[in-house]
Design a protein around this ligand. Structure first.
Ligand code: HEC
Ligand code: HEC
Length: 333
């Protein structure tokens, strides 16, 4: 009996030791996380299509931007590049990578309340983050972007979640994130690149499309209010893991608190408005807690959802979830 107990404890200790070692190994090998290499592809038709896809991510404005000489090629409504948010051409850990996601589509989208294809997911960034119009599924640009995302997802099985997806997580504040505090942080840590009034700095080489060396964070050439980056939690984590440009999630420069407040400043500023946002997330219980536009299932205000604190909203949502089934849920249309 005693032996069994000791044995059990020893086994538990060993298991713990191994899992710690595995985690350490995971953390250090994460530094060598590598995406399939586009540059190694042959210059055949498929290799060219994938390269075009990468170009569309890193210099979107030069291929489908609002200043294209040929009107028919104008799809994006702003001069951002997909890669301004999907960093390192979509392969940076916690830089909103688009690595390893192809097999997951078609996937249920809470925002649409329906299953969507990879093309539709891309178009959701086209119409929100890029403030533009959807690319036709059969267009060369869409086929190229899809080929690139599929290439980056080579060997990744459906349902397999690579570590590093999204923008990371950090502790939430127990107060509302504060744009006024964010202003000081912006002056100290962001203004040198993103410029006065968040306007960014354009590329200076003429003839190559009016993209940005430092993209705008708000104003008329930024993402619209229906974009993921217009949500506090997404924006704060993205900024914490990636900004000022050059930091990564292993070496953040801002404290979480600074990231929350400067993200609050960014989302408090004017940006293009997308019509029809009230139709997003038809099941309101699936609406992200930081969606900056109503309606909501929980009775908290738009401002509260925009800036937090989120603890009390989460509690309320849990209560509503518990009652679901007993009472009919008025929030499901
Ligand atoms: C302003 C920032 C921004 C820009 C610009 C942007 N996106 Fe996104 N994109 C996001 C955010 C935020 C998400 C949601 C990520 C998440 O759910 O973790 C996202 C999600 C995606 C996804 C789904 C990823 C997944 O994990 O399932 C794809 C694919 C995608 N974007 C492609 C594009 C393409 C292609 C472009 C350019 C045409 C683009 N995006 C431009 C911010 C942006
Ligand atoms: C050293 C210059 C630099 C500094 C400082 C900097 N950024 Fe950036 N930021 C960039 C660049 C460059 C990109 C686009 C990255 C790319 O294309 O690879 C970017 C992208 C972004 C994006 C996503 C794209 C967009 O237009 O919305 C956000 C949000 C952002 N920065 C916020 C911030 C915030 C907030 C700060 C201050 C805490 C900050 N940045 C500091 C250079 C900088």
């Amino acid at each position: 009996m005693r032996n069994a107990l000791v044995g059990g404890a020893l086994f538990a200790f060993l298991a713990l030791a191994t899992s710690v070692a595995a985690e350490e190994l995971g953390a250090s090998s994460a530094k060598f996380w590598s995406a399939p290499q586009v540059d190694a592809l042959p210059y055949d038709a498929h290799g060219r299509l994938i390269r075009l896809g990468r170009d569309l991510i890193t210099a979107t404005y030069a291929h489908i931007g609002p200043d294209m000489p040929n009107r028919a090629q104008r799809f994006a409504g702003n001069n951002l590049a997909c890669g301004n948010c999907h960093l390192d051409a979509g392969v940076k850990k916690f830089g909103l990578p688009i690595f390893g996601v192809a097999a997951d589509f078609p996937a249920y989208s809470a925002r649409a309340g329906a299953e969507i294809t990879l093309q539709e997911r891309i178009n959701s960034c086209m119409t929100r983050s890029m403030n533009g119009r959807p690319l036709p599924a059969s267009s060369q640009s869409m086929r190229a972007i899809v080929a690139y995302v599929q290439f980056l997802s080579k060997g990744v099985r459906k349902g397999e979640k690579l570590s590093g997806l999204g923008a990371g997580t950090m502790p939430e504040l127990d107060r509302a994130a504060d744009p006024a505090r964010g202003r000081d942080i912006y002056q100290a840590r962001c203004l040198s690149c993103h410029n006065v009034d968040g306007a960014g700095v354009q590329n200076s080489l003429p003839g190559l499309g009016a993209g940005y060396a430092f993209p705008p964070l708000w104003g008329s050439d930024s993402f619209n209010d229906g974009a993921g980056m217009a949500r506090l939690i997404t924006a704060a984590n993205f900024i914490h893991s990636n900004m000022p440009d050059g930091v990564d999630y292993l070496h953040p420069l801002l404290s979480p608190e600074e990231a929350w407040d400067v993200a609050a400043l960014m989302i408090s500023k004017p940006r293009p408005h997308r019509a029809g946002l009230e139709k997003d997330f038809p099941d309101l219980l699936q609406k992200p807690i930081d969606a900056p536009y109503g309606p909501y299932a929980d009775g908290f205000s738009e401002k509260r959802h925009k800036y937090g604190p989120y603890g009390p909203i989460r509690e309320k949502l849990k209560e509503i979830e518990k009652q679901k089934g007993e009472v009919s849920n008025p929030n499901v249309r």
